[in-house]
Design a protein around this ligand. Structure first.
Ligand code: IPE
Ligand code: IPE
Ligand code: MG
Length: 224
């Protein structure tokens, strides 16, 4: 049985779900947040140590302003209402990506990270304004600036995922098979599960099924 430390998820399909069920993409984002809560709970039950959630990519700024504002308001409300509860559950929040949002949201993100920084049970890495190519370019620059020896280990130190083990599982919902600039370095040996369901329809059973299947996979890492 494979040990499971880290699950990374590309939470895709909110917009399509919203249009289909409520005639608005934003309604899909709201519904998607309920799935986030379910998956956090289920991750605790499964003793997952790291849950990385792709919430907003560097490319998502191309979307209409109305949708972007809705997404960040949703996040702001979620943190305001839920951070104490997450803290009580011994959950640590870490943002990966560049925090260049409104000063109110930046402050809230920083204070949420600080408040939960000593927590141990589960680390949620929230990928916000995250892009893997941007992350890699910056890591190269920093490595060069510090005149560090080029090695995998040194390079990893300059990534935003420093101190986070590589994902064991990548899940992408929403019936699309691509990585969309997510953790290109870190996913080198992840087991990948593409899910037909849209993110708001994804549930505990789907998640547990994936974990169960993952446990049985023969992971070679190049060996036989
Ligand atoms: C993913 O759902 C969530 C974000 C990118 C914020 P989408 O909004 O991409 O949903 P679809 O893919 O358009 O259905
Ligand atoms: C990936 O989904 C980003 C997030 C889930 C946050 P997108 O819906 O933005 O990806 P593309 O543009 O379809 O590849
Ligand atoms: Mg999408």
């Amino acid at each position: 049985m494979n040990p499971l430390n880290h699950v990374a998820i590309i939470m895709d399909g909110n917009g399509r779900w919203g249009l289909k069920n409520k005639k608005s993409r934003n309604a899909g984002h709201k519904a998607g947040l309920k799935t986030v809560e379910k998956i956090i709970k289920e991750s605790l039950k499964n003793k997952v140590k790291h849950l990385t959630l792709y919430a907003f990519s560097t490319e998502n700024w191309k979307r209409p302003k109305k949708e972007i504002n809705f997404l960040f308001n949703l996040l702001e409300n979620f943190l305001q209402n839920r951070i104490n509860e997450l803290h009580k559950q011994d959950i640590k929040l870490k943002i990966i990506g560049v925090k260049n949002f409104s000063s109110k949201l930046n402050k809230l993100l920083n204070s949420s990270e600080k408040k939960t920084s000593k927590n141990k049970k589960l680390q949620i890495n929230l990928a916000l304004n995250y892009g893997s190519k941007f992350e890699l370019i910056n890591a190269f620059k920093d490595l060069h600036k510090n005149k560090d020896k080029i090695s995998e280990k040194n390079f990893s130190k300059y990534l935003q995922t420093k101190n986070i083990p590589d994902p064991d599982i990548l899940i992408r919902t929403g019936n699309t098979k691509r990585l969309s600039n997510f953790l290109l370095w870190q996913l080198a040996y992840a087991e990948i599960f593409f899910e037909k369901k849209l993110w708001p329809d994804f549930n505990e059973r789907d998640y547990n099924k994936i974990i169960k299947n993952f446990r049985k996979i023969k992971r070679n890492f190049g060996n036989i």
